[in-house]
Write a protein that binds this ligand. Structure first.
Ligand SMILES: Nc1ncnc2c1ncn2[C@@H]1O[C@H](COP(=O)(O)OP(=O)(O)OP(=O)(O)O)[C@@H](O)[C@H]1O
Length: 336
């Protein structure tokens, strides 16, 4: 047995696969190969190379099972891109940015869904004035599915629809990730080009277990320029970069960058510090996607249930348009 094991290891190395590998031979016809991967996307390619060389050089009737240290994430057929909007700290504008980006991408002609997965404070229903909407089910191929609510041309589901107002739900990691998974897999999104996910802030076990379940195309981080927010967002960056997680970071957005009073629009007051996110992005070699100033109407229209990009405020719309185009470009490059 050891002879065969050694032969297979040699063959695998000869085929240019240098990953750490362990081989268990049950009997001459059945082997298990454990392989250490850095990226789950390499699994299929390596698997087929290994199988090919064993079939060709040893025996084409051997049953080979290959397992890896990284878990394969579920791919959702009808959703082309899942974009997560995350932050280190709460209250930095993650939901505001999720809502406005979703609407801007939709305005460019894409089919967009918005999933409010922020179990700590789901605010999308308020921002879209759909707090009192009732969720309905639809039967598709003998299966009951949740029907997202359609508002301003996008499909929306929020964890807030399933919790009574003013009643806090005590979520645990597995419970939250199961609920989010159900939201994605057991809802009738139909075909989507983009599903924007407003993520719970931080690096606790809840965001972590959700990330492990989803096939995320890329993440966008949001931070204000103040030090306390930067410290927390760096923890989130480290989490997304973890070998076991390995979610591509599309870039970072600086929110509440500065304030310009109406009477002197060219003057900028850096209330939370100047260009903190921009500098950090450069230092960490992360793409800086744009800065959004503090503007009263952003807050006002969100509270009224109609995100600012739907209003005729060209300057703000162009800020979101530039960011949206960077996201779309990222997905084009990544989906090739
Ligand atoms: N650029 C901005 N200018 C003015 N107000 C803003 C801006 N960005 C966000 N806000 C306001 O700040 C508040 C917090 O924003 P938001 O709810 O989007 O943050 P969040 O990070 O999603 O918070 P949470 O983690 O609590 O869900 C909201 O009232 C929102 O309208």
């Amino acid at each position: 047995m050891n002879k065969i094991k050694y032969k297979i290891l040699k063959l695998i190395k000869k085929n240019g696969i240098n990953n750490k590998i362990d081989i268990i031979i049950y009997n001459i016809n059945k082997i298990l190969i454990k392989i250490e991967l850095n990226n789950i996307n390499d699994k299929k390619k390596i698997e087929s190379k290994i199988k090919k060389c064993i079939y060709k050089n040893i025996d084409k009737n051997i049953k080979i099972k290959i397992i890896s240290n990284l878990k394969e994430k579920k791919y959702i057929n009808n959703i082309k891109n899942i974009i997560v909007i995350a932050s280190g700290k709460g209250g930095v504008g993650k939901s505001t940015i999720s809502a406005n980006i979703a609407l801007t991408i939709s305005n460019l002609g894409f089919k967009v869904g918005l999933l409010d997965a922020d179990i700590y404070g789901p605010s999308i229903p308020l921002m879209f004035d759909i707090e009192n909407e009732k969720i309905s089910l639809i039967e598709i191929e003998n299966c009951k599915k949740i029907l997202p609510i359609i508002k301003y041309g996008i499909k929306i589901l929020s964890i807030g629809f399933f919790s009574e107002l003013n009643k806090a739900i005590v979520w645990r990691g597995p419970m939250a990730s199961k609920a989010i998974k159900q939201f994605i897999n057991e809802s009738f999104w139909d075909k989507l080009d983009f599903l924007i996910v407003d993520f719970p802030p931080g690096t606790g076990d809840i965001p972590l277990s959700i990330i492990q379940e989803l096939n995320i195309t890329g993440v966008i981080l949001v931070s204000t320029p103040q030090i306390i927010s930067l410290i927390d967002v760096r923890k989130s960056i480290a989490m997304f970069n973890l070998k076991q997680i390995n979610v591509p970071i599309i870039g970072i957005i600086e929110n509440m960058s500065f304030f310009s009073p109406k009477e002197s629009p060219n003057k900028k007051y850096y209330l939370f510090g100047e260009e903190g996110v921009k500098k950090m992005a450069k230092y960490l070699n992360i793409k800086f996607l744009g800065e959004i100033p503090i503007i009263e109407s952003i807050r006002k229209y969100s509270d009224f249930g109609c995100p600012i990009v739907l209003k005729n405020e060209k300057k703000i719309y162009y800020i979101f348009l530039k960011i949206a185009k960077k996201i779309i470009n990222f997905t084009y490059i990544n989906n090739i």
